[in-house]
Design a protein around this ligand. Structure first.
Ligand code: APR
Length: 331
């Protein structure tokens, strides 16, 4: 058990993170930050605290609208952001406007972490994942091992689930990896997919695998469509907690994570989804996967998409530096 875990964002994902951290007994204290009035963070924490006697877990918490609740946290999970919803006047924000708002939120999150828990290891879930992790790294100034984006664990879990369903076997039997950026270009690595250690093709036909891979790329949108509002929240929270537990318990677990590449895979200066050993040091070692020629091509294409996003972030943040964040958030 660690002394304190900080959570930024107490919405759908933040709520599951909070209740699971308490029920799994991962920390003595949780600090929850959310700007939502009247006092969402306090309300979420009080709800869990009042349930804690029922599950026999002592739960200390700090909750705030500013970042003070993060004080002293050893680990932080970031889910702060604004989803793509209609404005009160009925219009939709453009992708660029939404990204600008989320980048200004990200800058505030980085400043909060730097002020209250500069030594924390940070796992970021907020979307657009690739853009936000890239920006957090620019603003946090921490070692690259201590900032990890969560996308690959979830994308791989979705792939594993679909394969398990198709093969008629337990999800526990299926190992898989989805790499690259967290978007339509993500790359399910079929050659690394195993069912109880055996090649997946022994259990699932090539045609069915192709359908599964397409579904995996669009799985986030499928859930959004079914929910009607909001996006997947249980599976992303559990995925981030798998990463957090690997760090807390120094498991040295190989997981697909969004991490800074500095020459690995021929990529420099970009956060891209690749497998890495996750332990007490955060990202301890990047693993190079042998890919087929086709997978290499798809991975390269995905890296190009991540590069475009990074360029867009650089362009927008230059503009952001000239405008006060509040003005942008009101748009
Ligand atoms: N500081 C703290 N919290 C903030 C800030 C901020 N500056 N800005 C927004 N928030 C909070 C919102 O008030 C909201 O409660 O972040 C929370 C986000 O919660 P939800 O809207 O419920 O979103 P959720 O489903 O939890 O997803 C969070 O993860 O998977 C991604 O696409 C998803 O980017 C989204 C993020």
């Amino acid at each position: 058990m660690v002394s304190k875990i900080g959570l930024v964002g107490g919405g759908q994902i933040g709520g599951v993170l909070l209740s699971d951290i308490v029920s799994r007994g991962l920390a003595r204290e949780v600090g929850l930050v959310d700007v939502k009035p009247p006092a969402l963070a306090e309300g979420k924490c009080l709800d869990v605290a009042e349930g804690s006697p029922v599950i026999g877990r002592d739960f200390a918490y700090s909750a705030s609208k500013d970042f003070s609740a993060l004080k002293g946290a050893q680990y932080v999970i970031n889910t702060a952001g604004v989803p793509r919803t209609k404005r009160p006047d009925g219009t939709m924000p453009t992708r660029e406007e939404l990204l600008t708002i989320n980048l200004s939120i990200t800058d505030a999150v980085a400043a909060g972490i730097k002020r209250y828990c500069p030594k924390a290891t940070v796992i970021s879930i907020a979307n657009p994942l690739d853009a936000i992790v890239y920006r957090l790294y620019q603003k946090l100034g921490i070692s690259k091992n201590k900032l990890i984006g969560m996308a690959g664990v979830l994308d791989s879990a979705r792939y594993r689930y679909f394969v398990a369903q198709e093969a008629g076997v337990s999800v526990e039997n299926v190992e898989a990896m989805v790499l690259g950026g967290h978007g339509d270009t993500m790359v399910p690595i079929r050659s690394a997919c195993r069912v109880a250690g055996m090649p997946v093709e022994q259990f699932v036909s090539a045609g069915a695998l192709k359908k599964i891979e397409d579904r995996t790329r669009k799985a986030g949108g499928e859930v959004v469509g079914l929910l009607g509002s909001g996006s997947a929240f249980v599976s992303p929270a559990w995925s981030a907690l798998e990463m957090l537990e690997a760090i807390i318990y120094d498991k040295k677990k190989i997981l697909p994570v969004c991490t800074l590449l500095e020459g690995e895979y021929g990529v420099k200066g970009l956060f891209v989804g690749v497998p890495a050993v996750i332990g007490a040091g955060g990202v301890e070692k990047i693993i190079t996967v042998k890919m087929t020629a086709e997978e290499k091509k798809l991975f390269k294409n995905s890296v190009a998409a991540v590069q475009n996003t990074a360029n867009e972030v650089d362009k927008l943040t230059k503009a952001l530096a000239k405008k006060p964040a509040k003005k942008l958030a009101k748009k």
